[in-house]
Design a binder for this molecule. Structure first.
Ligand SMILES: O=P(O)(O)OC[C@@H](O)[C@@H](O)c1c[nH]c2ccccc12
Length: 257
């Protein structure tokens, strides 16, 4: 069983528990459900292009930053020019909670990506009610028709969709309605990072697709390499979270000089 299989098995249990704890109709009446969302497609162009992530731990790296305060980190990401913030809401494997998004929503005026493993319609309503603007669809754990259905559902709720792919086979999950395509530099099955692999895959997408390079970006050189190859967005977590509050500011200064 791969780690992805383990995560999905667990996620199914969590979603079925959530559905009984907070029925869908109640969710539609709660939190930020009625708010207007921000567009990551727009801020990717107008700001640094970096989607900075808040993540306490991960299956590939273990604990990264257990005690970081989500509000402090999110504020520094916003202040120094992040195009968006990615916040993990999976608790078992990534140490996140819904509260992390709820806490920052009113304080932050840039798009928030709810980073989780979306496998059920219910989670899209949940994402909207906790204050997210964008959701991630991971091709490796969805069928082609699920990607289409979930894209329609998310967009109907005013959420943008970032479709994540990693292999050439997964290009079959792409459809022109998705807002952004993320190419994961890290293989979720064995955690290997390969930037060139992502560049090759990006070149197979229709030319005007908004593309995001995800994971394993650890230096200004990595960033510049991917930017030169035409990526519009850069999803970075570990590098910033190892030194929350300082690494991002410094990185932004370096790429702008
Ligand atoms: O911390 P990194 O290597 O900079 O990676 C960030 C992000 O891309 C990564 O967390 C990620 C990409 N796709 C995912 C899917 C699920 C969970 C996490 C992820």
């Amino acid at each position: 069983m791969t780690i992805l299989d383990q995560i999905i098995t667990r996620k199914k249990q969590e979603v079925s528990y959530s559905k009984s704890a907070v029925p869908l109709e109640q969710l539609k009446d709660s939190g930020f459900f009625g708010r207007e969302t921000y567009s990551l497609k727009q801020t990717l162009k107008s700001k640094s292009g970096i989607i900075a992530e808040f993540k306490r731990k991960s299956p590939s790296k273990g604990v990264i930053s257990e005690n970081a305060d989500v509000l402090d980190v999110a504020k520094s990401y916003k202040t120094y020019g992040a195009s968006g913030i990615s916040i993990l809401t999976d608790s078992e494997f990534f140490g996140g909670t819904f509260d992390d998004i709820l806490k920052v929503r009113n304080e932050i005026t840039i798009p928030i990506l709810r980073k989780d493993f979306m496998i059920d319609e219910y989670q899209f309503y949940e994402a909207k009610s906790i204050g997210a603007d964008v959701v991630l669809l991971i091709a490796a754990c969805l069928s082609v028709s699920q990607v289409q259905e979930f894209t329609d559902l998310a967009q109907g709720l005013g959420l943008e969709v970032l479709l994540e792919i990693h292999t050439e086979d997964e290009l079959a999950h792409y459809n022109e309605n998705v807002d952004l395509v993320g190419i994961n530099n890290r293989n979720l099955k064995d955690f290997k990072v390969d930037l060139q692999h992502s560049v090759n895959l990006k070149n197979l997408l229709p030319q005007n697709t908004l593309s995001v390079a995800e994971s394993g970006i650890y230096s200004v050189e990595d960033f510049r390499f991917l930017k030169k190859k035409g990526f519009d967005g850069f999803l970075m977590g570990e590098y910033f979270m190892k030194n929350p509050g300082e690494a991002f500011d410094k990185f932004i200064n370096e790429i702008s000089s």
